[in-house]
Design a protein around this ligand. Sequence first.
Ligand SMILES: C[C@@]1(CC(=O)O)C2=NC(=C\c3[nH]c(c(CCC(=O)O)c3CC(=O)O)Cc3[nH]c(c(CC(=O)O)c3CCC(=O)O)/C=C3\N/C(=C\2)[C@@H](CCC(=O)O)[C@]3(C)CC(=O)O)/[C@H]1CCC(=O)O
Ligand SMILES: NC(=O)c1ccc[n+]([C@@H]2O[C@H](COP(=O)([O-])OP(=O)(O)OC[C@H]3O[C@@H](n4cnc5c(N)ncnc54)[C@H](O)[C@@H]3O)[C@@H](O)[C@H]2O)c1
Length: 492
Amino acid sequence: MSSEEYPIIRSGGSLLLAWRTKNKNVLIVGGGEVATSRVIKSLEADALITLVCPEKGLKDELKYRIQQKQIHKWINREFENSDLEGIDMTLVAIDDPIRSKEICVMCRERKIPVNVADVPLMCDFYFMAEHRDGPLQIAVSTNGQGPKLATIIRDRLAENLPKGIAGAIKGVGLLRQKVRETDPSHTSSKKRMNWMSRICQQWTLEELQQLDEEKITTLMSFYENDDVPNISLIKERTLQKDRDETLEKQIDSNKKGRIILVGAGPGDPELMTVKATKALMSADLIVSDRLVPPAIFSNVTCEIRLAPAKSGEDKTPESQDQIQTWCLDALNEGKTVIRLKVGDPFLFGRGGEELAYFRDKGWNVEVIPGISSALSAPMAADVPVTHRGLSDQVLIITGQGTKGRFPELPKYHEMRTTVVLMAVGKANELSKELLDKGYPENLPSVFVENSNRPEERIIPATVSTLGEVVEKQQVVSPATLIIGRSVNALTI
Ligand SMILES: C[C@@]1(CC(=O)O)C2=NC(=C\c3[nH]c(c(CCC(=O)O)c3CC(=O)O)Cc3[nH]c(c(CC(=O)O)c3CCC(=O)O)/C=C3\N/C(=C\2)[C@@H](CCC(=O)O)[C@]3(C)CC(=O)O)/[C@H]1CCC(=O)O
Ligand SMILES: NC(=O)c1ccc[n+]([C@@H]2O[C@H](COP(=O)([O-])OP(=O)(O)OC[C@H]3O[C@@H](n4cnc5c(N)ncnc54)[C@H](O)[C@@H]3O)[C@@H](O)[C@H]2O)c1
């Protein structure tokens, strides 16, 4: 064994420990400046203090602390031997060296640790120059060589500590507690310690400082797999949870009556948002458009009413009245009502009109977006609606329009993909309109019938053959038509 392998012992030091004095009986003898400082330090360490000093010798601060009942027991006289009964530690700060020595000797006979202020030979332990910030304590000892210097070094250290270090320690403390609660077994000790160390190393002090109950709960979900995520992921997930909880609370409080406009997406239940799914589960009544396929309701337990008319084209004012009456009646009964629409409520779903109606009646309407088939149908047909070199813009129009008129179409542009919703009924007229606006006859087009549903069909066409294809292939609604050079982007 070589001597270089092990550290050299530098004798003459003190054993630095953090002494836990909570509820321990600490005797303090004296009532001046030094005794006062001993009282404060002992109180900060939750000790039970017995103070021995005649009233005339007490500093004002000590009188105040006695009055505030912070001193467990004050003995209003000079020290007597019996005061050491049941004492765990003695601190002497009096101006009488002989008495000080006597007290020290008595303590040592009784094995009570003792400190006589400023008399190193009578100290079983020294006090140190200390910096305190929340749970952080930094103590400096010069082992009696230079107490003043100890305070100067302490101040220098404190000045150079990173800001918010106490907050970081508090955050880590909370997290450690949670980890031990979650996975208390002795065999997990290595995993716990390793994970905690990695968090402390990978997160900055500023980040650790931001650990609160909510973020800790989110962070704990990574503990199981032994993952250490970065704080931005934790923040994002926590925020999302907050939003979900707010929504759940809103939905739960069905006493007040709530109405939520929900987009059911293109038809595949898995393409609904999590928020929409949760909303459906907590509803008392769902008033749904007829086009919403039954699969969307497979887990729903509440009452479902289908709108009397199938879709926009045969929607009469009466059918709209019926929908509104159903909703208002249920709302007045304090129910949570979901107005469910295919796709997205605000994209050709007339969601805006319904929102305005219920808002006008004094109801606060929430809206949960859905995936519109304007974007999901092209995907189903392998069409990227924008594609470098082929398309840098998307136009979404309805094939129906109000009062049988198409929306005003812009002139053809080769870099644009045109998506037509509700495209089946007037395919011939649409074809003419497009050709009028300069769309090339052979421009690739594709119908996506029942997109994102089991019965989905992809039917190719060109601008000039739209009507013909609908007829020959018996294309039925709901169908989405996509027109433009991007249609063949992935096939050529
Ligand atoms: C750190 C601090 C903690 C505390 O007491 O709470 C503390 N002394 C403090 C201040 C301080 N004390 C003195 C001065 C005057 C200037 C100077 O002499 O430097 C100042 C400075 C001032 O007042 O600003 C005089 C002094 N002190 C001792 C002697 C005797 C001797 O050296 O032999 C003499 C000479 C008496 C004489 O000549 O007559 C002895 C001790 N003082 C200790 C601790 C222990 C050693 C700790 C260490 O070295 O690490 C030890 C051994 C025993 C003990 O008392 O536990 C506290 C800072 C409080 C704060 O700022 O938070
Ligand atoms: N004041 C300081 O800044 C300072 C600094 C360093 C060292 N010291 C030393 O520390 C000791 C205490 O100084 P201080 O300034 O805190 O106090 P002090 O010297 O102002 O007063 C001494 C205190 O001890 C009490 N006392 C005296 N005999 C007692 C007894 N037998 N039982 C109970 N109480 C008794 C007195 O009533 C008084 O409250 C002294 O030895 C002093 O030299 C003081």
